[in-house]
Structure formats: structure tokens, C-alpha cells
Ligand binder design. Structure first.
Ligand code: PRP
Ligand code: URA
Length: 209
């Protein structure tokens, strides 16, 4: 069984308070999403393997450590996941980036796939899927299904706000995938929006309505 980690850090709590506020504008919303992604990335990469390397400081020779192989990839779920990419790449700049396009059908709330472009060696990479919102869990489950069909096995999912309903659906569908959550909210409303949530993440990041 994989881990479910709910971030318990004052910096993340403070920044989530900013993106929840309805008066927060596009610029600040986008910047804050990126900063939260960077902080979550720090936690999600905690167990990356390290290699010992011999180096020389200005004083003497010593053994330092570096991340093994550096075979990482970030995969945002379009559109809103794009908002988390820059923050992730600030922490892991050598990572490749794949894209999965999914939108929720407004009537059925089921995910509809419209794009998939992944690094050709994605099956060998440690993959960090990013999407700010885990609501019904349909999009997250579908994205990880797609990645597994491409042979990916080392998978982590990072979201900023999750509903309990989505956490249950995701962990039952993909018990092997670590899930990192910025804040666990109360419930979904009748339209599949997270309560209290932050509204429509894609619209708030890109200034659409
Ligand atoms: C949002 C969000 C997730 C999805 C979560 O995307 O970014 O991808 O909804 O909902 P779910 O857990 O019920 O599947 P949306 O479909 O609004 O598309 P967008 O990012 O293009 O706005
Ligand atoms: N997608 C969003 O952007 N917000 C929600 O509350 C639920 C799904």
C-alpha cells in the first residue's frame, strides 16, 4: 500500500489560504500554485535514491551524494496541472515533462481524454503526476491508467486540494501510487466541486471563465 501524505507545514497552509480567497487575482494565484508545487515536490522526492560521489572541497577530498540516475519526469494533467510544472522544475530542473490532456464532462463528471505526449523512455522514469485538484478522482485515475499503459511503474501523484471522495477512489484504483495532498477538504458539492475548495483551478490559473 502506497503512502497518502497530507502536507502539514505552515508555509503550505498559509499559501493555500491565499489561493482559496475569491479575491486573489490570476497573477498571485498562479505564482502561489507554483510555490506550493515546489514545497510539495520537496516532500514527494524525499525517498529518491542517492549515489555516493567523490568530490573535493577547497579544504579536502570527501564523499558527497547526488540523486541516482536523475531519471525523473513531471506529468501535468492539462490544463490546471500546468500551473504546478514550474515549481516542480525549480526543484528538479533536469526532469523531462510529459503532458496528459483530460477534461471533466460537465454533465457526467467523467474524464475525457484529448492529449497524451510522454517522454519516450517514460517507463524507466520516476514520474510525478501533478494536478491541483483531486475531486471525484476520475481524472487522476484516468491519467495514471494512461501512464501505466505506457509502462510507467514508479508513480507519484501530487495535488493541492483533495476531497475525501477522490482520495478513496484514487487509492482504491491505484494502491501502488504515493499520493501527496496539500489540504484535505470536507466534501464535493452537487456539481463535483470541492468544498470549501478554491473554485475552478484551470479558470483561476489562466484567467478564463
Ligand atoms: C479539473 C482539475 C482536475 C479535475 C479534477 O480539471 O484540474 O483535472 O478537474 O476533477 P475530478 O477529480 O472530478 O476528475 P477540469 O476538468 O476542470 O479541466 P481544466 O483543467 O482544463 O479546467
Ligand atoms: N476541478 C476544479 O477545478 N475544482 C474543483 O473544485 C473540482 C474539480
Amino acid at each position: 500500500m502506497a503512502k497518502v501524505v497530507i502536507m502539514d507545514h505552515p508555509m503550505i497552509k498559509h499559501k493555500i489560504g491565499i489561493i482559496r480567497r475569491k479575491e486573489t487575482g490570476t497573477k498571485q494565484f498562479r505564482e502561489t500554485i507554483s510555490e506550493i508545487a515546489m514545497l510539495e515536490c520537496y516532500e514527494a522526492t524525499r525517498n529518491l535514491e542517492l549515489d555516493d560521489v567523490e568530490i573535493e572541497t577547497p579544504i579536502c577530498k570527501t564523499t558527497a551524494q547526488e540523486i541516482k540516475g536523475k531519471k525523473l519526469a513531471v506529468v501535468p494533467i492539462l490544463r490546471a496541472g500546468l500551473g504546478m510544472v514550474e515549481g516542480m522544475l525549480t526543484m528538479i530542473p533536469a526532469a523531462k515533462v510529459g503532458h496528459i490532456g483530460l477534461y471533466r464532462d460537465p454533465e457526467t463528471l467523467s474524464p475525457v481524454e484529448y492529449f497524451c505526449k510522454l517522454p519516450p523512455d517514460c517507463a524507466e522514469r520516476e514520474i510525478f503526476v501533478v494536478d491541483p485538484m483531486l475531486a471525484t478522482g476520475g481524472s487522476a485515475v484516468a491519467a495514471v491508467d494512461m501512464l501505466k499503459k505506457h509502462g510507467c511503474v514508479k508513480l507519484h501523484f501530487l495535488c493541492i486540494i483533495a476531497a475525501p471522495e477522490g482520495v478513496k477512489v484514487f487509492t482504491e484504483a491505484h494502491p501502488d501510487v504515493d499520493l501527496f495532498i496539500g489540504a484535505l477538504d470536507d466534501h464535493l458539492n452537487d456539481h463535483g466541486y470541492i468544498v470549501p475548495g478554491l473554485g475552478d483551478a484551470g479558470d483561476r490559473i489562466f484567467g478564463t471563465k
